[in-house]
Design a protein around this ligand. Structure first.
Ligand SMILES: Cc1cc2nc3c(=O)[nH]c(=O)nc-3n(C[C@H](O)[C@H](O)[C@H](O)COP(=O)(O)OP(=O)(O)OC[C@H]3O[C@@H](n4cnc5c(N)ncnc54)[C@H](O)[C@@H]3O)c2cc1C
Length: 394
């Protein structure tokens, strides 16, 4: 690819939006296409908030990526004068006998110079008296982490992409024939054709439908429920007083304090049933609500009877090993497939976009952990049938 190449990026979520922006900054002509617009409510990026943290367990590429992403989120907040990030810190609670994930995170956090504290249960209890730390053995606190205003951030990225010279089209790319290549361009739902030198498909949970042979079940969308409870007045459960928290117990529960006049978020990271991102019913279940309530009352006793004020159903787009996919289509070298955020992709958008732009324009290879070839083994088939995924995501 030359700098003057025309690149079509399909999907304006966290992955596609940032990829398009980095491509246009490197001098390419870029057309970004999305069926329903950046950060739309069907997309995986279309929620209120997404956690940004670097605690990620041992031997993985994500702590380094999160550090780079954090730097880019901060830079762009200033550059655009937009409040993208609530830097309230992230508290990770270790509440099971097995704390290999947390212990293994510490050297990696040190290696990448991520500011963090190791805290005992007593230290945490005196710092955050709103939380009942029963069963929590110790914790990691990352003061520079927090949460991103997800949908808003996608919209800002798309707007700035256009301001920097990119072209945005709201239309769906029709799936027929994509596996066979895009020599004659993409057919769009508005009847037009989009011909480019290269194509990046960053279609999150839709990638399996668009590329049934290459991706198919390698990306499994699962139904995830999120609950926002009404805090008592006075801000004790808001961003002014509490960090984001992740609770590693029998189930991985997580959430964030109330912000922007909205509720206190509680969610269960356990993978739900299969979900269709276009047509799936987004009404939360009574069982999910009951579980969230029980948990809330236990861990945040003053919130025990808090009213539910909002809820959402979203989907994770899981790969078998929960690593991302950044790779060329095996039969079409000008087609890139980018996705598999697996419940933890959002924060990485700016860093991932840089990587993809380097791959597309400079011919760099993506990290082997992100390539499709990793699935061409028996190990991968075993992973495909394994429903008990750990570590947690976000
Ligand atoms: C409930 C929930 C909580 C999460 N929590 C966190 C968290 O705390 N921290 C974190 O880092 N990550 C988190 N994640 C994961 C993260 O949100 C996703 O990994 C990330 O947003 C995926 O981005 P994406 O760009 O790959 O996909 P998407 O955001 O789904 O974007 C894909 C885009 O492609 C478009 N599209 C699809 N098909 C077509 C087509 N044919 N033509 C044109 N456009 C098309 C869609 O409209 C969509 O906008 C969470 C996810 C969920 C669901």
């Amino acid at each position: 690819m030359t700098r003057k190449s025309h690149i079509a990026v399909v999907g304006a979520g966290a992955f596609g939006g940032w990829t398009a922006l980095h491509l246009v900054r490197r001098g390419a002509r870029v057309t970004l296409v999305d069926a329903w617009g950046a950060g739309n409510s069907r997309s995986s990026s279309g929620g209120e908030s997404r956690i940004i943290r670097a605690t990620y367990g041992p031997s993985q590429p994500y702590t380094k990526m999160a550090a780079r992403a954090m730097q880019l989120w901060n830079e762009h907040e200033k550059r655009w004068g937009a409040n993208l990030l609530h830097k309230v810190g992230v508290l990770w609670m270790a509440a099971t006998e097995d704390d290999d994930f947390e212990r293994g995170s510490l050297p990696v956090l040190r290696e990448h110079e991520i500011i963090h504290e190791e805290l005992s249960a007593n230290e945490m209890a005196s710092r955050w008296p709103q939380i009942n730390f029963d069963g929590v053995r110790w914790g990691i606190f990352e003061p520079k982490g927090g949460f991103l205003r997800a949908r808003y951030a996608c919209q800002v990225v798309a707007k700035e992409f256009v301001a920097e010279g990119g072209e945005f089209t709201e239309a769906a790319v029709l799936p027929k024939g994509l596996e066979k290549g895009s020599k004659e361009g993409l057919r769009l739902s508005n009847g037009s054709e989009l011909v480019a030198d290269a194509y990046v498909f960053a279609c999150g949970p839709w990638l399996g439908q668009l590329f049934p042979e290459t991706i198919g079940a390698l990306i499994r969308p699962t139904r995830q429920e999120i609950f926002f409870f009404g805090p008592p007045p006075g801000g004790e459960f808001s961003v002014a007083k509490l960090p984001v928290w992740g609770d590693h117990r029998d189930r991985f529960m997580y959430g964030m304090p109330a912000s922007d006049g909205r509720g206190f978020k509680v969610a269960d990271d356990t993978r739900g049933p299969a979900f269709d991102p276009s047509t799936g019913d987004r009404t939360v279940s009574a069982e999910g609500l009951q579980r969230a309530r029980e948990y809330l009352g236990f861990r945040f006793p003053a919130m025990k009877n808090a009213p539910l004020i909002e809820s959402r159903v979203c989907q994770y787009e899981n790969t078998p090993d929960e690593n991302f996919i950044i790779d060329q289509h095996p039969d079409n070298q000008n087609v890139w497939i980018v996705g598999g955020g697996s419940g933890h992709g959002f924060k990485h958008g700016p860093a991932l976009g840089e990587m993809v732009a380097d791959c597309v324009l400079q011919g760099k290879e993506s990290d082997s952990q992100f390539r499709l070839s990793r699935f061409a083994s028996r190990h991968a088939s075993a992973l495909l049938s394994d429903k008990t995924l750990w570590p947690p995501t976000q």
